[in-house]
Ligand binder design. Structure first.
Ligand code: TYD
Length: 138
């Protein structure tokens, strides 16, 4: 089983000079959607697994602006990809309808999440069996 999934790594330009680095992400240019929401996750222990849900309507880009973490994305047919977010100028684009886990957080991890929609708890699927039933394809 291969293909589908469609999560992908994004690399943003680094506008650095002798004063340090600067990374810009703009809606519809570097980020493939209009950003309606941003949140960030930090202070998670290395053993913690976050996410463990799929979103029916929201697309995301995840960026480790500090530290590192790993992102596992899978579709309902078991096509899986793992992204190692280990530099502040890369991100993972996650289309809607994919299951995601965030884990292996470094102590200094600050994971910035950009989202295409405002928060709506009812568009989250938090039960993996339910997710597979709803999204499994031939
Ligand atoms: P949760 O989705 O479980 O976090 P993660 O995906 O990182 O594992 O969210 C944790 C709590 O925060 C939950 O009670 C819902 C709330 N929340 C909001 O109110 N707004 C938001 O934009 C997000 C992402 C979460």
């Amino acid at each position: 089983m291969k293909e589908k999934n469609l999560a992908k790594l994004l690399e943003f330009p680094q506008l650095g000079d002798q004063r340090g680095h600067l990374v810009v992400v703009e809606s519809k240019l570097d980020i493939p959607f209009e950003i309606k929401r941003a949140f960030y996750i930090y202070g998670s222990e290395k053993t913690v697994v976050r996410g463990q849900h799929a979103n029916r309507r929201t697309e995301f880009v995840l960026i480790n602006v500090s530290g590192t973490s790993k992102i596992k994305v899978q579709d309902a047919n078991g096509n899986e990809s793992i992204f190692n977010l280990d530099r502040p100028h890369i991100g993972v684009y996650i289309p809607k309808g994919l299951w995601k886990d965030m884990y292996d957080f470094s102590e200094d991890s600050v994971l910035l999440v950009l989202a295409s929609e405002h928060y709506d708890g009812s568009e989250y699927i938090r039960d993996f069996k339910e997710y597979v039933e709803e999204y499994h394809y031939e």
